[in-house]
Design a protein around this ligand. Sequence first.
Ligand code: GLN
Length: 307
Amino acid sequence: MDWKPVLAAIEAATAPHIGSGKVADYIPALARVDPSKFGMAVVLGSGEMLTLGDSHEPFSIQSISKVFTLSMALRWFGESVWDRVGREPSGSAFNSIIQLENEKGIPRNPLINAGAIVITDMLVAASSADAVVNELIARLRRFSGDETIKIDEEVAESESATGSRNRALAYFMASFGNMNNSVEESLGAYFRQCAVRMSCRQLARAALFLAFDGRDPITREQMVSREYCRRINAVMMSCGHYDNSGDFAYRIGLPGKSGVGGGILAVAPGHGVIATWSPGLNAAGTSMVGAVALEELVEATGWSVFV
Ligand code: GLN
């Protein structure tokens, strides 16, 4: 593929929107980020990388971390993951508590906050909060080939200091017996996984296995089985953007995951992985400019899974 016109089309489509949307400010340490940033990286199976804008600049990956912890949980525990969390779209906000009472403390899916907290709780129960975070960072470093990837401790602390909503979700699930560790221990790991800082280049590279049947095409390491890879992508397609998942599937048609730091990770099975970053969010917490960039990318490449 000739990438030059593709990248030029993405640049032209995004330019009028740069700075639009609202930067997340419910985590105070995130509010300081410059809203005019935009970066993008596309990594292909050959390892070739195409980039635009601020693709080198690390940002807070936030909820995109949920894809990596889900992968770890499926690898460690297999099908039993689904005893404690569902796999249906929630149709509600990422931090909503409303369904949890009716559904007896079983979160709708692993990509909303409640579901991701349960996944992290499972991992922590099988090892420890530090071990889970260390394993996550070690994998991200190994696959992106970059030892500098780290947790932004200030963001983790800021999120913990303002984390009443996530504590409410976790205590509510604990009341139904769906937490195996103390709420503080599991949330400590959850806040830290969300506070990992990575650039678009590193993120797209680290997630490359998701486009190639669970196997990293460069190192040839099988990260998750082929079956689970397919299913992680299915969950991303149906649940990756909370109450905006249907709109994202309609506009872009790729499995994806957004984070309130302004990142979006999108998987084009068999082709490659794309990471975008632009801090201004829509009401559901998905990056506005990132979605425009991905919309243009699928238009120009024909990479939508619905062709
Ligand atoms: N760390 C954030 C939270 O728990 C993640 C939310 C998100 O990125 N959508 O509120």
